[in-house]
Ligand binder design. Structure first.
Ligand code: B1M
Length: 208
């Protein structure tokens, strides 16, 4: 039987080659795609998320682990689709209008993928209208916004207002270095997270 614990370890170490090999072997032995995902890939990313939160690992380690997971996911995804495995939730994410910073937003997106969310990444400099249009088109349950500049934070409030005016019921989560929990509460966001690992916890609680 394929060793899913070893698969989790390969993700934790960022060992792409081993992660891909074990994923292939597990599927060819008939291990359910969902078990490979939950007990191997997500289990590994959960460990990385917990270590990142405790400052035991840093951004490079998270990026390397996410890369290993991504490579294995390319093999696993068609099998998950065949098996009808549903993602934990659909998460639309983007950096707000006027803001080009995307390193943190990408990290959040990777961690969410690692936790089993389907992530639609709109990129940077996303206008309120674009968020509304894409929220309608994707029917995502969660909408995430990132801002790194104090001058672009007001775009979060504008986007939340636009989403409300368009009658979109998706939950909104915001984050980024200058953003605080009290700011999130003030502008009417449903969720806030200070870092990528906490973003996964917040997203899970918003779809629960
Ligand atoms: Co810019 N920049 N930058 N910059 N930049 C900052 C943010 C700044 C603090 C630097 C400084 O002055 N000390 C400052 C902002 C000051 C302020 O407004 N408070 C600043 C400035 C002023 C600018 C320009 C205006 C500079 C200029 O041109 N005069 C300009 C603006 C361009 C624009 O956006 N329109 C600019 C440009 C750039 C670069 C293009 C050169 C580059 C961005 C490249 C890129 O992203 N592709 C850049 C960078 C790299 C930075 C710094 C150095 C690093 C930011 C970063 O990536 N951090 C930054 C200074 C610093 O932080 N030391 C700075 C790492 C990243 C992992 O952290 O993004 O905070 P972060 O994400 C975290 C959390 O915040 C959270 O999780 C992440 C992971 O833990 N999080 C979320 C983020 N999004 C979330 C969403 C969530 C939940 C959590 O839910 C949806």
């Amino acid at each position: 039987m394929a060793d899913l614990q070893a698969l989790a370890e390969a993700v934790i170490k960022g060992d792409q080659k081993t992660a891909v090999e074990i994923t292939r072997a597990a599927l060819s032995e008939g291990t359910a795609a969902k078990s490979v995902l939950d007990e191997g890939l997500i289990a590994g990313m959960d460990v990385i998320g917990a270590r990142f939160k405790k400052n035991e690992v840093y951004i490079p380690e998270v990026l390397i682990a996410a890369r290993a997971m991504k490579m294995a996911m390319e093999i696993l995804e068609p099998e998950l689709v065949k098996a009808g495995v549903k993602p934990v939730g659909k998460f639309l994410i983007g950096t707000v209008q006027g803001d080009l910073h995307d390193i943190g937003k990408n990290l959040v997106a990777m961690m969410l993928k690692g936790a089993g969310f389907e992530v639609i990444d709109l990129g940077v400099d996303i206008s309120p209208d674009k968020f509304v249009e894409q929220a309608k088109a994707s029917k995502a349950q969660l909408i995430g916004m990132s801002a790194l500049l104090t001058t672009t934070m007001p775009a979060m409030e504008k986007t939340i207002t636009a989403l409300k005016q368009a009658g979109i019921s998706a939950k909104v989560m915001i984050g980024g270095a200058p953003v605080t929990k009290s700011y999130a509460d003030r502008v009417g966001a449903h969720g806030y997270a200070a870092d990528a690992a906490s973003a996964v916890d917040a997203a899970k609680s918003l779809v629960a």
